[in-house]
Design a protein around this ligand. Structure first.
Ligand code: ADP
Ligand code: MG
Ligand code: MG
Length: 525
């Protein structure tokens, strides 16, 4: 490895280790100084007063609402219920039924909801019966009182950063180059104010224009900002520099699955890893499909590992939103991974992604994609012919179950394919291969990954091995381009930004209040 590469890697490793408080700028408190509440009046007027969004979905909103409830003696019962529910969520399946009944007996006695709660619990112990009950209560009078409180004022102050603070390149420190994409490079970066590490995907403006990539870039950005899944990379910021449009994404430092399948040890992964990654990808696809998004680019290269060993789906450039269950057409994807109906110019829907999952599980198991021999690089037309007409083979690396799963997902007829026969992704989750997987715990992030990336390693090519990004000449940027940029550069994405504040400890350290009972939160340091 060359010296430059070693220096770049060790700078990144040090930043990662210091991630959080050590990585903050010494001026961080100044950068995150709350505006005076009088500066938040426009925000207060315009913010949508939706209980679910303000008090459940938004992480800082949820915390402040909870702090408010804790400050009210008459709500103590609800707080205890909230605490019990937190414990409930982390219980194993066996404990949940019993624990659930004890919660009902403790809190819902003599309530008219008791009977219906016990019934739902019996039908399905995993359903959030209590949460429904709790939110029904708290979204009434309590939510109205909350909006009159200093806790809501504080929420507006936090929101001011999200809505009114412009984001520029000065908000970040830049580390090494991580990879190269179609329109530009991806760099490791760190938010100066919080120490949070991210990956910044840059799209060179001249490249985007020359290759008419505006629609694709905006599509990827808009799809990402509408998602909030632990199995898909999150978008944290969208901003511009003089030469590039930038998407700041969840940092995935564990490398992609292509690297893990082909570059470490013998090609392929052991069965526990195959099961775990397949299960997480399956959840990610379900989240996308629930939002009517068809991903269309499933392949090992696009599945990235974080530092704990969980995966996220990345690179949503080819994803498409299907309105009202409509189908799409278009030969879109990567050669060798496209479903027969995609190759064959047919109209298709979510079936294309379940085919992709079949290819992924096949490749993780066999160490090579279906219908391709090791080291073989057939022409695209030959690959397509094989996908349309040939039957893939299953060597002795395949157990009976994984073979059955792959062949059901790789069914050439989309109507017969697993995942496409009415109940969608839950049908895939119910396959015997996943019998040992507890999807509720997996969804909650409570399953320990079978492999944890080494924090002292950088799982990507050396800096000098990543091909330099060529510049384009003779493209001039004009007003039409600026109009498009202004649609793209929407700044901070609320939920991701709020999670960043919480995860890095900035929320806890800054969210102090003045003397008890004072309405105006403490503004000076
Ligand atoms: P493109 O859409 O242009 O192909 P990608 O989104 O695939 O761009 O990113 C290009 C490369 O950058 C990837 O192959 C990967 O090596 C790296 N990369 C992308 N996103 C991340 C991320 N969130 N964390 C770490 N590396 C990333
Ligand atoms: Mg890519
Ligand atoms: Mg892409």
């Amino acid at each position: 490895m060359e010296i430059d590469s070693m220096v770049a890697n060790s700078a990144l490793i040090r930043a990662r280790e210091g991630g959080g408080s050590k990585g903050r700028s010494w001026k961080w408190k100044e950068m995150l100084r709350f505006p005076h509440i009088s500066q938040c009046m426009d925000l207060a007027m315009n913010i949508e007063r939706d209980y679910y969004s303000l008090c459940v979905k938004q992480p800082i909103g949820k915390k402040l609402f909870e702090l408010f409830c804790r400050s009210r003696p008459e709500l103590q019962n609800y707080i205890s219920l909230l605490d019990a529910l937190e414990a409930f969520d982390s219980k194993s399946d066996e404990q949940r039924k019993e624990f659930g009944v004890s919660i009902i007996q403790r809190f819902l006695r003599s309530q008219k909801h008791e009977q219906s709660c016990i019934q739902s619990l019996e039908l399905n112990p995993f359903k959030d019966v209590f949460h429904d009950y709790l939110h029904k209560y708290l979204s009434g009078e309590t939510f109205i009182q909350y909006q009159e409180s200093m806790f809501f004022d504080r929420f507006l102050q936090w929101n001011w950063f999200i809505c009114l603070q412009p984001i520029t390149k000065h908000a970040f420190r830049q580390y090494r180059l991580l990879g190269k994409g179609g329109f530009g490079e991806v760099w490791a970066c760190q938010v100066r104010a919080t120490g949070m590490m991210y990956a910044c995907k840059k799209l060179e403006k001249t490249h985007v224009k020359k290759r008419k990539g505006e629609g694709m870039a905006l599509n990827e950005k808009q799809i990402l900002e509408g998602l909030d899944s632990r199995f898909v990379v999150n978008l944290a910021y969208a901003y511009e520099t003089k030469h590039a449009l930038c998407m700041v994404l969840t940092m995935m430092s564990g490398g992609d699955l292509k690297y893990h399948i082909h570059n470490i040890g013998s090609p392929g992964l052991d069965k526990e890893r195959v099961r775990f990654y397949a299960a997480e990808v399956c959840c990610g696809l379900i989240h996308l499909h629930q939002k009517s998004i068809l991903y269309r680019d499933l392949k090992p290269e696009n599945i990235l590992l974080d530092d704990n060993g969980h995966i996220r789906i990345s690179d949503l450039g080819l994803a498409v939103r299907l309105t009202d269950g409509q189908l799409v057409r278009g030969r879109v994807g990567t050669v060798g991974y496209m479903a027969p109906e995609v190759i064959g110019h047919k109209h298709y829907g979510m079936s294309a992604d379940w085919w992709g999952l079949g290819c992924l599980i096949y490749e993780m198991t066999a160490g090579q994609p279906p219908l391709r021999a090791r080291g073989e690089h057939p022409k695209p037309s030959e690959m397509e012919r094989r996908i349309l007409t040939e039957q893939e083979e299953y060597g002795d690396k395949f157990s009976k179950q994984v073979k059955d799963l792959c062949s059901s997902l790789l069914n050439k007829d989309p109507a017969q394919r697993l995942g496409c026969r009415g109940s969608g992704g839950t049908e895939v989750q119910s396959h015997p291969f996943f019998e040992k997987v507890n999807f509720r715990m997996l969804e909650a992030g409570l399953v320990e990954p079978p492999f944890k990336p080494d924090p002292r390693l950088v799982y990507c090519s050396d800096v000098q091995d990543i091909e330099e990004f060529s510049s384009v000449k003779g493209v001039t940027l004009d007003q039409t381009d600026s109009n498009f940029y202004s649609q793209f550069i929407t700044g901070s994405v609320p939920i991701t930004w709020q999670n960043e504040m919480i995860e890095t400890g900035c929320f806890r350290e800054l969210n102090t209040f003045g003397p008890e009972g004072s309405r105006s939160p403490d503004l000076d340091w």
